[in-house]
Design a protein around this ligand. Sequence first.
Ligand code: SAH
Length: 229
Amino acid sequence: MNFQFSESFNFATDMTIIDNFKHQGLRRKLVDEIAAKGINDKAVLAAIGKIPRHAFMDNAFIEFAYADKAFPIDAGQTISQPYTVAFQSQLLGISKGEKVLEIGTGSGYQTAVLCELGAKVFSIERHKVLADKARTLLQGMGYMPKIHFGDGFKGLPVFAPFDKVIITCGAPEIPVSLFEQLKPGGLMVIPVGENVQVMKTVLKNANNEMEITDFNTFRFVPMLGDKVR
Ligand code: SAH
């Protein structure tokens, strides 16, 4: 992999990424920006402040990496806007050691945030090229999520139940199969809709029923079935 030496981020194995003062400065500004937009979960802000987002983008244009914007990645997909990643992470309210299922690994940036929050992450991506790239990058950074190439609509029944489920693509509806893989008391965070999505939390209550709360609207790439090799 074509990374160079870094003194400032603790990468495992032989992979290194430049993370210089400029990156770190831009990242602090980004944290201030999303805090000003209403993110107040300190652990989430600390994760955004620590993770080198430029390493998740194709050409590592730092100006883009630390703008609060979504950006194209391989396979016609996008790395989500940092505010969106922070908003979903804040809604999830991760406690250390929780089992989290993520649908839509994409670049792996949201996955890194979940790992940094102390979650045991299982992530599914339907594009093989993205799943492979994210797995290598995250492992190189010392994170240990389980990245699965597959169809997220099916979830991972073998590893269920999960404390939390996060969907990072626009879902046509709340997939019952994924709701079933939540523990009682568990929470799903999911953007639902076609062109524009309403962010929803879906709590599985003590009677195993859905308790749905709506938040703001966002724009995600669509959640689609079947794998793409
Ligand atoms: N959190 C990611 C977002 C990537 S965009 C990031 O910040 O990089 C959403 C991703 O969901 C895309 O990579 C897309 O390929 C994936 N996706 C869409 N439908 C899916 C499905 N049914 N199963 C798994 N992944 C899916």
